[in-house]
Write a protein that binds this ligand. Structure first.
Ligand SMILES: *[C@@H]1O[C@H](CO)[C@@H](O)[C@H](O)[C@H]1NC(C)=O
Ligand SMILES: *[C@@H]1O[C@H](CO)[C@@H](O)[C@H](O)[C@H]1NC(C)=O
Length: 356
């Protein structure tokens, strides 16, 4: 009896969760959607049902009702921004959606999700520059997708751990290893988070992909199975008896050259890149070819994996980019970013890959 009642309630909840997905351009909040929600920690205040569903969906709790109200105001402003953008989505060429980052201001988002810092100064003995097979893009394949060639692991989720550098480094390592050996193994971000401190990384508070490679070259890396993700920096317990892969060196793409990046993606495999992800449009990206002309080519703050490239039906060139924010973000965890638009968002500014 109790069980069937609970079941009934939860399928109703699921339906409400799905509704905004099915109707992404529905008006944000209608007056008759307002509900009185009893809050154990505060007085009864009318907050929209959407807010409570969103909180529930993302497991959000707040320390006090005042804090919740403040977060609600931020969330509402973000929802409005998303709705307005989506009203003009065909002009922008891409669509946004509310997600778990929706209760942060843009400044808070930039602070919490800008997870790479700048390390490379050319002094490492392991560093080389990639020579493209051609300087002329017309000699390269018009599209590549490593995702469909079993060279990219399923999308991972960094959660609140600011370690996109580790996910990006591991992503290109996994790709190169899969292409070299014919089977896909997933490697351990947690290993890098816990153990690459002596190489200048800061666990779940920023780091750099090249420093992760320096660590793997000198120490090694375990697989995800041997060394699973924990989401916070822990004591290093790398098992040298179970090395996952051996790395010899790494190569940088010459700064800002998208044709070099195209050559590397086509000829070598999935490539690590750093981008300017600081805009709200990136935070709430849902689908389409991302195009943010005010994006910086120099101030990159987030590491990702370039898993392919192509041209959409409208003739827009894009990079197929794997993020580490779970599958609910973007196009199943991926974003298509503008290609051949003057190195937009710095996609080719700090691109790098390992040599096994
Ligand atoms: C704009 O939104 C509509 C409705 O959700 C959708 O069908 C369309 O594909 C979107 N266009 C772009 C370019 O994202
Ligand atoms: C380069 O980086 C290394 C390690 O981060 C540091 O020890 C060294 O002083 C740097 N060299 C220069 C010229 O900045």
């Amino acid at each position: 009896m109790m069980a069937s009642l609970r079941l009934g309630l939860s399928s109703a909840a699921v339906l409400f969760l799905l509704l905004p997905l099915l109707l992404p351009v529905a008006p944000a909040v209608r007056a008759d959607d307002e509900h009185i929600c009893s809050e154990p920690s505060g007085p009864q205040v009318q907050l929209p049902r959407e807010w409570h569903l969103w909180k529930q969906e993302h497991g959000k709790t707040y320390s006090s009702f005042k804090t919740e109200l403040e977060r609600h105001i931020v969330w509402q402003a973000n929802q409005q921004y998303i709705d307005t953008h989506n009203r003009y989505n065909s002009s922008f060429g891409y669509t946004l959606a509310m997600n778990r980052l929706g209760d942060l201001t843009e400044a808070e988002y930039q602070k919490q999700y800008g997870c790479i810092d700048h390390a490379d100064n050319g002094s490492s003995p392991f560093v080389f520059y990639y020579s493209p097979v051609s300087e002329d893009a017309s000699n390269l394949p018009t599209s590549v997708d490593w995702h469909t060639k079993a060279a990219v692991s399923p999308v991972k989720d960094q959660g609140d751990c600011c370690a996109s550098y580790a996910f990006s480094a591991v992503g290109t390592l996994e790709g190169m290893e899969a292409l070299a050996n014919g089977y896909l193994t997933t490697f351990s971000e947690q290993n890098i988070i816990d153990c690459s401190g002596p190489y200048g990384n800061h666990g779940c508070s920023k780091g750099a992909v090249d420093r992760a490679f320096e660590y793997v070259i000198e120490q090694g890396i375990n697989t995800d199975t041997v060394y699973p993700f924990r989401g916070a920096r822990k004591r290093c317990h790398y098992k040298s008896s179970k090395p996952g892969v051996t790395l010899r060196s790494y190569q940088w793409i010459r700064k800002g050259r998208e044709t070099d990046l195209q050559s590397a993606v086509a000829m070598e495999g999935p490539i690590s890149a750093a981008i300017d992800a600081s805009h709200n449009t990136f935070r709430f990206y849902a689908s389409g070819v991302y195009d943010q002309p005010t994006c910086s080519s120099n101030k990159v703050n987030h590491a990702v994996l370039v898993a392919g490239y192509g041209t959409d039906e409208q003739g827009k060139d894009y990079w197929s980019v794997k993020n580490s924010w779970g599958v609910l973000w973007g196009e199943d965890g991926y974003i298509r970013m503008s290609r051949n638009q003057n190195n937009q968002c710095g996609i080719a500014s700090r691109a790098i890959f390992p040599a096994l």
